[in-house]
Every structure is written in C-alpha cells, then in structure tokens.
Design a protein around this ligand. Structure first.
Ligand SMILES: Cc1cc2nc3c(=O)[nH]c(=O)nc-3n(C[C@H](O)[C@H](O)[C@H](O)COP(=O)(O)O)c2cc1C
Length: 219
C-alpha cells in the first residue's frame, strides 16, 4: 500500500536561509558535563523522543527503546553502578591508548552528572524481536538505525535549547538488567539531559573543516 507524501515545502531561498540558520544553531552544540539543578519540562524531552521515533530504520524495524529517568533514586543507583565500571576502566584494566585520547576531556571515574542531570535517557536496541518468548524476526542494521535515531534525538534536544552529555561507559551491560529491560535489548548509550550549569566550561576543541571531510562530485 502506498500513501501520499506530505513534506513541508520551502522555496529555494527559504531553504538556503533555513540551512544557514541551522548551521549557526548547530555550531553552538557542545557536550556539557555539568548541569544546572533547574529542571526543564519533561514535555520537551518527550517531544524529542517522539522525533527520534520518526527516524529511518533498516526495513522499518525501529529496533530501539528509550527509558526516560528523572527519579533521584534511580539516577543515584545508575551512578553507583556506572562508577563501579568506570573505576575498573580507569584503574584496574586501563587501556593506555584509550585513556590518552580522553585526556583533553578531563574525565575520570567520577560521574556526578548521572545524578546532577535532571533527566537521563537510556537508549536500547535489539538485533532481533521476541514474540511469546521466542526469537521471531531479525532487525537489520539495528545499530546504524539506533545511531540515526539518537542523532535526531540529540538534534531535537539541542534545537529545544537543552544540553546533552552522550555517555558510553566502556561496559554498559549493567544498565539493561537494572532497568528491567527485556533480555534481547542491548544498551546503546545514556544521555544526560538538562540545562548547562551557569558559566559552564567545555574543552576547547576543533571541528574538522568542510574541506577536510567533504569531496564533491557536482558536475
Ligand atoms: C559515541 C559517543 C560516545 C561518547 N562517550 C562519552 C562518554 O562516555 N563520556 C563523556 O564525557 N563524553 C562522551 N562523549 C562526548 C564526546 O567526548 C564529545 O562529543 C566530543 O569530545 C566532542 O565534543 P562536543 O560534543 O562538545 O562537540 C561521547 C560522544 C559520542 C558520540
């Protein structure tokens, strides 16, 4: 079955202007690691997840689920579980090359943001679906699909004026059982979401230029 496609139509000038405005807005997107205690409305976050839900996915399998966490108790436990993993990562089984690449971010095993961020979003994906306790069907390109949905989620949050910390502990297996996720779900990442703390600082980094990342074949 097919149905009419109804996208918003811009004239060319409007499209160019919109794209320039978006570049300016996205130039200001940064990962922040210290959140204000002022909590944004959960409605903004629910709408951003609603946008992620519209993402394209391999064979439209939509292999993702999201957990929105605002409970202080749940955040505290996630921090405790995460810091246990992080301690091992930084001290007990350190990968020197990996740790070196993180030096400029000044991160360590302490993950206070997991409690300070007003909201955490746990993002999960699954390579297959289970029906009546049995493997039913495969999800193709599950990780690519959830990555695109997460990009749309981060973009929607940024466009709504919220800041995000993309958090990927080296071992994330602790999260799915703690949140009682179905056994076929794998943790993709955790986002800390909120408003930045006043006068927050971010690492001074460079983004690659268009010349460095783009090759054109236009005529
Ligand atoms: C897949 C992925 C995993 C990341 N994991 C972490 C993390 O575990 N902890 C952290 O502090 N930042 C993490 N980040 C944030 C990056 O460090 C950050 O995006 C990068 O330094 C560029 O900075 P910017 O987001 O401010 O442009 C992650 C980002 C991505 C895309």
């Amino acid at each position: 079955m097919l149905e009419p496609y109804r996208n918003q139509k811009y004239d060319d000038k409007e499209a160019v202007n919109t794209s320039h405005d978006l570049v300016k807005i996205f130039e200001r997107r940064r990962t922040i690691r210290h959140f204000s205690s002022e909590a944004p409305s959960s409605e903004v976050i629910l709408n951003a997840i609603d946008i992620a839900r519209m993402a394209p996915s391999g064979a439209n399998r939509q292999p993702w689920s999201f957990c929105l966490i605002g409970s202080a108790e749940v955040k505290k436990e996630i921090r405790k579980l995460a810091e246990k993993e992080e301690y091992e990562f930084y001290h007990e089984r350190p990968n020197k090359e990996w740790l070196k690449s993180l030096e400029h971010l000044h991160t360590n095993e302490e993950k206070a943001f997991l409690e300070e961020a007003p909201f955490l979003i746990g993002i999960f994906y699954k390579h297959y679906n289970v029906v009546d306790g049995k493997k039913d069907s495969t999800n193709y390109y599950a990780k690519e699909s959830v990555g695109i949905a997460t990009g749309m989620l981060i973009s929607a949050l940024h466009l709504s004026g919220l800041s995000v910390l993309t958090y990927t502990p080296s071992k994330m297996q602790f999260l799915a059982p703690y949140l009682d996720r179905p056994s076929e779900e794998r943790t993709f990442m955790v986002l800390g979401v909120g408003l930045p703390k006043d006068n927050v600082l971010v690492p001074k980094i460079e983004k690659k230029t268009m010349d460095q990342i783009l090759t054109t074949y236009l005529s």
